[in-house]
Structure formats: structure tokens, C-alpha cells
Design a protein around this ligand. Structure first.
Ligand SMILES: Cc1ncc(COP(=O)(O)O)c(C=O)c1O
Length: 405
């Protein structure tokens, strides 16, 4: 053991758990086994190849030396920030207080350092994307959860109210990370009614102290219901414009542009012009990654200027959303045939099959060559990597190994 490493940093797993599961699946395959690998977090076509959006790659190839090599401004190119905000909120007239970040992850981490003191807790949903906990731990804050509605069930307003009030009471402020619409890992969005209820609770609690609602927009381009996504964004915009709650978004080019390795994104508060907030965000950038990569910012600016490329990209998004929808439908049909409830995917790359003892079930599935990610609430299945034709095998194997329900 490296004695130079401080004691509090010595007990981590050697690999990220999801990447480790993926490696296990690869090893099973290399040993000649037939593998159904639903652990992957990137979009694959039915031949198992990584999907790279052609419109984006064409724009990438056009980038000139001066769009790639120089430093970007510390807080990011203002035109990039505005263009990214307007992809989601076309009616926004400005990015507001904002900065470029390495992916949505950079934006999430930065929010912890600016809206919470160390030792305080961020509120999010259960289930949530696992790295939320890692980001929180790295920033010295805790994670408190309130339940994401189960398929077909309403939001548990009592539990949300209690969680919000408890946090406001203990720490005098609330930061909520809300991965809506297109929630990872359930694949469902809040219904219009649930959203009204939750935003009402946030307004109420904001009367007691500062509340920040940070929307995590990782998957918005992949949905069965673009109109419902637009409605949700309009509701969040209305709350932001009201000013009672500070509303912002983490945006990412990882999934939306299939530029996972480009490490680009942003955090933006389009309804805030507060120079103090802007200065704090810029300071965080300088003190963590200094400046972000320039090339993806330049690419987004080219996209914002080229109507034809936008239309082509949105056709690509529609195509892959339909592929995801057909995989989700095949999975629901197979689950129902095997005596389980449908999962009712609406958007994003994942669904979660509720099950007791997820770790034990995951281990039994692995022995059959079926790889999923165990979460406290169930098994996360990556529709992004699951062929519709493999859905029956998944559901049948799950029934065979049993999950103690
Ligand atoms: C819910 C959610 N938020 C944020 C991210 C961040 O991704 P990135 O840092 O690549 O933008 C991911 C990636 O998987 C995600 O699933």
C-alpha cells in the first residue's frame, strides 16, 4: 500500500462498479459464453457498434485549427453557452449565470461546491444515477433522497414535502438535482400533474430559505414524447422566470451529440443575471479544470448557425429514439409474457426492473450470461445496448433465476 496516500483515500474499489460489470461481461464472452450485456451506458446499434451521430462527425471534421487549438474562455464561450441553453429553452434570451463544464458531471460537481457547504446534503430522487453519490462524496456532501414515482403511480408528495422541510430545517438551504424529463435509471418522466405538485412544494419551501433546482438534462434528445418534454421544459422555465426558486440546468454533449469523449457540457441559470453567482461559477472553473475543451464548443456554434445540420441531427435523434422505443416495447412485452409489470419507458437510455435483493438476482443472472447493474431498487437495464430481439431472453432468464417476489 502507498503510505503516502492519506488514510481516508485508501478504501475505494479499484474500478467503477458499472465499468467493472461491463468488463465481467466481456470476459464471459471471451470465454465462449453467450452474453446479453445490458450494463453499457452508451448507445449501440443492433450489431453492438457504438452509435456516432453522423451530423456531429461531419461538423467535427470541418473544425479548423483555430476552433480546436486555442484556450476557450475560462467560463466557456458565451455564444456556446447561449446556444446550448437555447437548444433546450428556445425562448431563453440569454444563458444567464453560466459556465462550460466537462460534461454534465462537471456541472453537477460544481453545483455542490457553490450551493452547499461541506457536510450538508443534496436532495435527489431514489433511484438515481450511481455517480451522483461519488460526486457528492468527492465534494464532502451527503445525498438525501425522495422517491421517484413507480410506473403508473403518483408522486409521493408527503415524502417529498418531508424531505424538503427536513433539509431546510437542518441546513437552511436546499439543492435539488432533478433528472427530469427522461430519468436515469427508470426511463420515465414526471407526469404534468406530478410536476405541478413538486414545483408547488418547491415554491412553498422557498419561503423558508434559498432553494436551487438543478435539472439534469442528460437524455432529453432521446424520448418517445418530444411534445411532453417541451411542456416540461416550459413549466420549469416558468418557475425560473418567477424567481422564487433558482432554476438551472446541467447540460451535456455526451449523449445529445454522442461526444462522450469530448467532455463538454455546461451549467446555466438562464433567469439569473447575478454577477456574484457568475463570479463564483467562473472561480470554480479556474480552480478545478481551468478551461474546458474548445473543439466541442466550436462544434455546437457551427450547429447553431446551420439550419440544415440541425434538421439532419434532429432526424437522427428521432431515428434513435424510435429504436430505443422499440427496444422498450419489446422488453415490456417480454416481461408481461413472463408475469411481470411493464416498465413504460418514456425516454433516456435505461429502465429499472424493480426487484427485491437486486445484488443476489444480478449474480444469478450473471451465471446465465445476462449482465445488468444492481441498484438498491432493482436491476438497471441499458436499453441503449439491448437489442429488441434479446428482450425475451432477458425476461425468461429473470423468471427462471427467480427474484424472490
Ligand atoms: C443522469 C446522468 N446525469 C449526468 C450524466 C453525465 O454524463 P457526462 O458527464 O458524460 O455529461 C450521466 C451520464 O451517464 C447521466 O446518466
Amino acid at each position: 500500500m502507498t503510505e503516502q496516500l492519506i488514510p481516508s483515500r485508501r478504501a475505494f474499489p479499484s474500478d467503477d462498479p458499472i465499468f467493472a460489470l461491463n468488463a465481467e461481461a466481456q470476459a464471459f464472452k471471451a470465454a465462449g459464453g453467450s452474453v446479453l450485456n445490458a450494463t453499457v451506458g452508451a448507445l449501440l446499434d443492433d450489431a453492438g457498434q457504438l452509435v456516432v451521430l453522423e451530423t456531429v462527425m461531419d461538423l467535427w471534421r470541418e473544425l479548423t485549427a483555430l476552433e480546436v487549438a486555442p484556450y476557450a474562455p475560462i467560463a466557456g464561450d458565451p455564444a456556446y453557452l447561449k446556444a446550448l441553453v437555447q437548444r433546450h429553452w428556445p425562448s431563453a434570451t440569454q444563458a444567464g449565470a453560466a459556465c462550460a463544464t466537462p460534461g454534465g458531471s462537471g456541472a453537477l460537481g460544481l453545483s455542490l461546491r457553490n450551493f452547499l457547504e461541506r457536510g450538508q446534503s443534496v436532495l435527489t430522487t431514489a433511484p438515481y444515477w450511481g455517480p451522483y453519490a461519488t460526486l457528492a462524496a468527492e465534494n464532502g456532501v451527503g445525498v438525501i433522497t425522495a422517491p421517484w414515482p413507480a410506473a403508473g403511480e403518483p408522486l409521493d408528495a408527503t415524502a417529498w414535502d418531508a424531505a424538503l422541510r427536513a433539509l431546510m430545517k437542518t441546513q437552511g438551504r436546499v439543492l435539488l438535482w432533478l433528472n427530469d424529463p427522461c430519468h436515469n435509471p427508470t426511463g420515465r418522466s414526471l407526469s404534468a400533474v406530478d410536476r405541478v405538485v413538486l414545483l408547488g412544494l418547491l415554491r412553498d419551501i422557498a419561503a423558508l430559505g434559498p432553494v436551487t433546482l438543478l435539472l439534469d438534462f442528460a437524455y432529453l434528445d432521446y424520448t418517445r414524447e418530444p411534445a411532453a418534454v417541451a411542456e416540461a421544459l416550459a413549466d420549469y422555465a416558468a418557475l425560473g422566470a418567477e424567481g422564487t426558486v433558482l432554476v438551472g440546468a446541467c447540460m451535456s454533449l455526451s449523449k445529445s451529440m454522442t461526444l462522450y469523449g469530448g467532455r463538454a457540457g455546461a451549467i446555466a441559470f438562464p433567469w439569473s443575471g447575478d454577477p456574484t453567482l457568475q463570479a463564483a461559477l467562473t472561480q470554480s472553473c479556474r480552480g478545478t479544470w481551468s478551461n474546458c475543451a474548445k473543439a466541442p464548443q466550436a462544434l455546437l456554434l457551427r450547429l447553431a448557425r446551420e439550419g440544415k445540420a440541425q434538421a439532419r441531427l434532429s432526424a437522427e435523434h428521432r431515428h434513435w429514439s424510435e429504436v430505443l422505443a422499440s427496444r422498450a416495447l419489446a422488453l415490456d412485452a417480454a416481461l408481461e409474457t413472463n408475469g411481470r409489470e411493464a416498465l413504460r419507458w418514456q425516454g433516456g437510455f435505461f429502465v429499472t426492473v424493480p426487484t427485491p435483493e437486486p445484488e443476489a438476482v444480478c449474480t444469478r443472472l450473471k451465471a446465465e450470461g445476462v449482465f445488468t447493474v444492481p441498484l438498491p431498487e432493482g436491476l438497471r437495464v441499458g436499453l441503449c445496448g439491448l437489442r429488441a430481439a434479446d428482450a425475451p431472453r432477458f425476461a425468461e432468464t429473470l423468471r427462471r433465476v427467480g427474484d424472490g417476489r
